[in-house]
Write a protein that binds this ligand. Structure first.
Ligand SMILES: NC(=O)c1ccc[n+]([C@@H]2O[C@H](COP(=O)([O-])OP(=O)(O)OC[C@H]3O[C@@H](n4cnc5c(N)ncnc54)[C@H](OP(=O)(O)O)[C@@H]3O)[C@@H](O)[C@H]2O)c1
Length: 338
């Protein structure tokens, strides 16, 4: 099968940082779906895992987590899927990635993709939808059926991959959404997804919030650097508020600063369930199934931004370079093999 991978961890402008490869097809385990991959999306996690270091992979390492494709075989204990099903999923950080024509995924973390979307639009969704859903509804405790309607959430990085889903899910839940974006096109994107107010993360937030009549925000979903945004979050969060973070810290942070306001901080890592095989791992299938239904009902839309062409090493190198620029809007997708 065709696949894109690497032996050496190199800067993305190096021609061997990602290579077109021919690899043996994998054999499904008892809970696995064997999926013929039709489209993939690229995430910052691909870039972080590929970051240069003096380590050699042999056999080569294949990246890629977001995928949409067609089930062509199932493991002996699979009960929820059949060959021919069109599925989408974010996979597991502990397994070989989806930048391969044929890929294995545990049935508990995959779902049928939205019927109203093609493969590229569907591949844009799973990883960020899971992160946004778990962060908003599980970690921040927002009621998805509207009992928190009217509360305010600040989404830092509102036009990025994750932010684009947080904004939409928060609107479905009835929240007032303040999103950050710094450029004309990212501001327009966040507004089009439903943000009620867009503020510029390159300028101090407090004056911008106060100008909109907001002294504090009850909830913060930070999709960007936890360290860099810590003091601002401490400042603008409301007493008894909650903060969710999804980016690993680079150094120690002063957790004590949250105490006087009795603010809770929660980590969200969408790979936790699959990495640790938690007993509730299949919740991710339920989440992706619900997301697909909400897309088909018109409550959510795909967050596909740029379509970078077919799945090959050159196009994936371009996708990684774009993510490294920090200016992605929505998701970058690739589709078909060539
Ligand atoms: N824990 C998890 O489960 C999980 C899951 C997914 C992602 N992540 C991590 O979350 C981070 C974001 O992922 P993503 O896919 O949303 O990234 P992304 O799509 O690459 O984010 C790009 C966006 O970030 C905005 N941005 C750039 N610098 C910023 C800053 N200093 N402050 C606020 N916003 C800024 C940009 O807005 P402008 O262009 O308007 O400046 C751009 O729209 C990554 O580090 C990723 O690894 C974690």
């Amino acid at each position: 099968m065709r696949a894109v991978g690497f032996h050496h961890y190199l800067p993305i402008d190096h021609p061997e940082s990602l290579l077109d490869l021919e690899l043996p097809e994998p054999t499904p385990g008892p809970h696995d779906l064997r999926v013929r991959v039709r489209a993939v999306a690229v995430n910052p996690v691909d870039v972080k895992v590929r970051a240069p270091k003096p380590k050699v992979e042999d056999p080569p390492r294949v990246l890629g987590w977001d995928a949409a494709g067609v089930v062509e075989a199932v493991g002996a204990e699979v009960s929820a899927f059949r060959p021919g099903d069109q599925v989408y999923y974010a996979g597991s950080i502990a397994r070989s990635g989806s930048n391969a024509e044929v890929h294995l995924v545990d049935e508990r973390i995959a779902a049928r993709m939205p019927q109203s979307l093609g493969f590229a639009d569907a591949a844009a969704l799973p990883l960020t939808a899971l992160t946004a859903w778990e962060g908003l509804f599980e970690r921040l405790g927002v009621d998805r059926d509207g009992r928190d309607a009217g509360r305010t959430v600040l989404v830092i990085g509102g036009a990025g991959g994750v932010g684009s889903m947080v904004v939409q899910l928060a609107k479905v839940a009835g929240l007032r959404v303040v999103a950050t974006a710094s450029r004309e096109e990212s501001r327009a994107w966040a507004s089009a997804l439903g943000a009620d107010l867009v503020v510029d993360h390159r300028a101090p937030l407090r004056p911008q919030l106060e100008a909109a009549g907001l002294r504090h925000v009850e909830l913060i979903f930070n999709t960007q650097s936890t360290d860099a945004w810590w003091d601002t979050m401490v400042d603008v969060v409301a007493p008894l508020g909650r903060i969710a973070g999804i980016v690993e810290t680079k150094g120690p942070i002063d957790f004590g600063k949250l105490m006087s306001k009795s603010v809770s901080f929660a980590w969200e890592l969408m790979f936790t369930r699959s990495l640790h095989g938690t007993p509730d791992m299949a919740v991710q299938r339920e989440i992706l199934t619900r997301v697909a239904a909400w897309v088909d009902e018109g409550r959510l839309r795909t967050t596909r931004g740029q379509h970078l062409g077919q799945i090959n090493a050159a196009n994936l190198r371009a996708a990684h370079a774009h993510i490294e620029s920090g200016q992605a809007i929505g998701k970058l997708v690739l589709e078909g093999w060539g």
